[in-house]
Design a binder for this molecule. Sequence first.
Ligand code: HEM
Ligand SMILES: *[C@@H]1O[C@H](CO)[C@@H](O)[C@H](O)[C@H]1NC(C)=O
Ligand SMILES: *[C@@H]1O[C@H](CO)[C@@H](O)[C@H](O)[C@H]1NC(C)=O
Ligand SMILES: *[C@@H]1O[C@H](CO)[C@@H](O)[C@H](O)[C@H]1NC(C)=O
Ligand SMILES: *[C@@H]1O[C@H](CO)[C@@H](O)[C@H](O)[C@H]1NC(C)=O
Length: 505
Amino acid sequence: MEFLLSNPIFFFTALALVLSIFSVQILKWKLSRRKKKYPPIAGTVLQHLLNFNRVHHYMTELASRYKTYRLLAPFRSEIYTSDPANVEYILKTNFDNYGKGWYNYNILRDLLGDGIFAVDGEKWRQQRKISSHEFSTKMLRDFSSVIFQKNAAKLAYKMSEIATSNQTIDMQDQFMKSALDSIFQVAFGAEFDNMCESSEEGKSFGDAFDNSSALTLWRYVDVFWGIKKFLNVGSEALLRKNTKIVDDFVYKLIHRKIEQMQQKENSSVTMDREDILSRFLRVSNADPKYLRDIILNFVIAGKDTTATTLAWFIYLLCKHPSVQEKIAQEVEEVTGMKKIANFSEFASSLSEDVLEKMQYLHAAITETLRIYPAVPVDSKICSSDDTLPDGFSVRKGDMVAYQPYAMGRMKTIWGDDAEKFKPERWLDENGIFRPESPFKFTAFQAGPRICLGKEFAYRQMKIFSAVLLSCFVFKMSDENRVVTYRTMINLHINEGLEVRVFHRY
Ligand code: HEM
Ligand SMILES: *[C@@H]1O[C@H](CO)[C@@H](O)[C@H](O)[C@H]1NC(C)=O
Ligand SMILES: *[C@@H]1O[C@H](CO)[C@@H](O)[C@H](O)[C@H]1NC(C)=O
Ligand SMILES: *[C@@H]1O[C@H](CO)[C@@H](O)[C@H](O)[C@H]1NC(C)=O
Ligand SMILES: *[C@@H]1O[C@H](CO)[C@@H](O)[C@H](O)[C@H]1NC(C)=O
């Protein structure tokens, strides 16, 4: 060593070497610092609160300025993207890095438990596997069709009364009731017909369920919810009370079902075991808490989404009477039925083959979801530092959201007529439905966690629309009303959809 340092040539060579290693290190560090760029800051989360009632308009404005942007929040950033390449990356390519995270789980678990909506990883994978198997069986398809047909006919009889008596009616409210009845019957079995509309207990379940969802959502804006829960005061005391009503009701149904199944087994009578609960009872070890979580997640998933979509659909058809006529015409052509006298009979004739032929209706419903997606924004939590395809970096713990509502309005994705309601954009030259990339049309999410009930939802929405539109004409009760949404997890029409109904024939 001494020799090396005492030799000037060696000394300077060594010095040069060390210096150059250092400078390469510094340069690399500088470059990587420069390379790591973060999405432009469009504001702080405070802006969301200031724009609360028009938050999707506000986010659409930001999205048309920046494909990907960032809002500053305490301790983290919230990143919003409407870039299909980024969407594909977070929902599919690097799926494992963008989950619900502990943050969402903590907020959701009192109501949703360990259900599919609240969990990630192995817990999610296992439920996804069983559920997607169940959802693809012919059994569930046929069973659910019968229930949708029955409930659609029931609604048609009600509409007929409204039309005859020249009253107005809130269609969103009607669709909510029908959707709750439908998902409930599919989940628990046909014997729970009328459960939610006519029984006192069923009604209080419905209310408690809605209250619980709203109060759970409130946790996202109330920073004190943890303390309030601990002290059991205010909104948290209400949440506890409402969740208890929900739980008691669901556990009662589960225990009743288990009893029924045991009885039936002994008496060797074959029974209809097509409902979701019965099927899960057979494949899982029947832990009531696990069943509760599964079933409640399906009710959450299937109730408001289809109901609000149908309400926006009817709204758009009131605004576009020519589309309304075209759908009625298509249903008439496909079914060969005109002047329908018996709604039940007509509804029962809407088999899967028949629905499959209604391509224009399919396009019109899809176009509704493009403009009014039932889930307008959907967020994930980033679990380790990462860089998105557009070059912007995200940090561990950041929230990363894709925005179906804003994306549906981007000219860069849909062309200059992005804001126009135009079912034809979904049809090819032969009038056949042409799907769009799920990373552009994100209403059902995409990737491994894509909505599990998509086909199920289309079946339900098509049966309801075909029955209602071939029998009635809908008009807004107030043509001049400015219709907008109410800011919630799902995109509800603010103050409902009051319409006038006319017999078509
Ligand atoms: C128009 C109707 C519907 C729309 C727009 C819709 C949309 C969505 C979206 C955006 C997600 C992702 C939510 C998330 O990030 O966790 C989702 C997930 C899901 N949906 Fe739907 N949905 C609809 C109807 C239904 C129905 C009727 C069911 C079942 C009865 C259903 C079952 C599910 C389930 C189980 C998941 C969770 C999937 C998973 O995490 O692996 N959906 N849906
Ligand atoms: C129905 O009600 C509207 C407004 O209430 C009224 O203008 C219309 O004349 C009524 N039509 C019939 C057939 O009674
Ligand atoms: C649920 O909310 C509604 C409307 O806000 C209210 O009338 C009802 O009493 C609530 N139910 C419970 C059990 O808190
Ligand atoms: C059904 O049979 C099993 C044994 O075969 C018995 O343990 C059970 O109590 C029976 N259940 C009913 C409801 O009869
Ligand atoms: C409608 O048809 C069904 C059979 O498909 C029948 O049971 C029912 O009585 C009919 N209803 C009316 C009002 O004719």
